[in-house]
Design a protein around this ligand. Structure first.
Ligand SMILES: [Zn+2]
Length: 291
């Protein structure tokens, strides 16, 4: 699932390509993606003719601020990612007009397409069709539970060590689960939580009430470092994520534990272990990260 670095990368790339563009029309062959309003024709009519004034991230949500106080919210969920380019319709599928990264097989699951007034298209490629698309009145969105309940953003200036500590110490759960809890801090998912805890040398199942001050300091430091590095590299593409131009992010090469089960730890050569935490495969070095 795209996490903060991927969503941030998507937004930075989108801003360069679709700001000030107006939606001319929409095509969709998986109408269940549209959650609000649930009626696709109603959604389509509301979107057509609206201009993209700003694009912002809220947790892992992408918010397109449209004219006349509407907000298009897109959450890419497990396998969705937004692409910008030009395609043509051939034999029931969308084919990129030009050779290049949009031809990557991860980009071929296009189920939603917005046509823009400069000839470009904004597409959602989503293998499993779990993404969420909603159109809100601006006021209502910011009053909604899902936005109000989001935890502090990792790139927010207010995300200081003291704030982090306060939030973590309210819980008595496994640190990995707490890092992934969007109501506590927003933006970290399965991949980066493993990468952060490996660098901090903290076991992924360590209970938060057993963490020492020095562990908390290390975790905080590596949250900042790992996310900054991942953003500068355009995110990861071990999963289905691709940048809006279709290309892969560069974090894969920096990965130390995620999906490296059985491979030697880069620090001590012990094989990396995989366990399930809350249904999610999680990776750690049993020697560097002691419980
Ligand atoms: Zn190790």
């Amino acid at each position: 699932m795209p996490e903060l670095p991927e969503v941030e990368t998507t937004i930075r790339d989108l801003k360069r390509k679709v700001l000030q563009r107006t939606f001319l029309d929409i095509w969709c062959d998986a109408k269940k993606l549209i959650k609000r309003p649930k009626n696709f024709e109603k959604f389509r009519k509301e979107i057509i003719g609206r201009k993209i004034m700003a694009i912002e991230r809220k947790g892992k949500n992408i918010l397109f601020f449209l004219d006349r106080d509407k907000v298009l919210l897109i959450h890419q969920k497990l396998t969705g990612h937004l692409l910008v380019g030009e395609w043509k319709r051939e034999r029931n599928s969308w084919i990129p007009k030009e050779k290049g990264p949009l031809q990557d097989p991860a980009n071929k699951f296009i189920h939603l397409m917005f046509f823009l007034d400069n000839g470009l298209m904004l597409a959602l490629s989503d293998l499993r069709k779990f993404a969420k698309i909603e159109l809100w009145d601006k006021d209502e969105l910011f009053k909604s539970k899902e936005i109000k309940e989001l935890g502090i953003d990792l790139l927010d200036e207010k995300f200081t060590f003291e704030e982090f500590k306060k939030r973590i110490q309210k819980t008595k759960r496994k640190i990995k689960q707490v890092l992934m809890d969007q109501k506590i801090i927003a933006g970290i998912g399965n991949i980066y939580s493993d990468e952060i805890l490996f660098r901090a040398k903290v076991h992924i199942e360590k209970r938060t009430d057993e963490l020492k001050e020095k562990d908390l300091r290390k975790i905080y430091k590596y949250i900042k470092e790992v996310l900054k590095e991942a953003i500068s590299l355009g995110g990861e593409s071990i999963s289905d994520y691709r940048r809006p131009n279709g290309s892969k992010g560069g974090f894969d090469l920096k990965r130390k534990v995620y999906r490296r089960e059985g491979e030697p730890c880069f620090v001590c050569k012990t094989p990396i272990k995989r366990i399930k935490i809350g249904q999610r495969s999680s990776y750690f070095c049993p020697k560097c990260q002691k419980l």
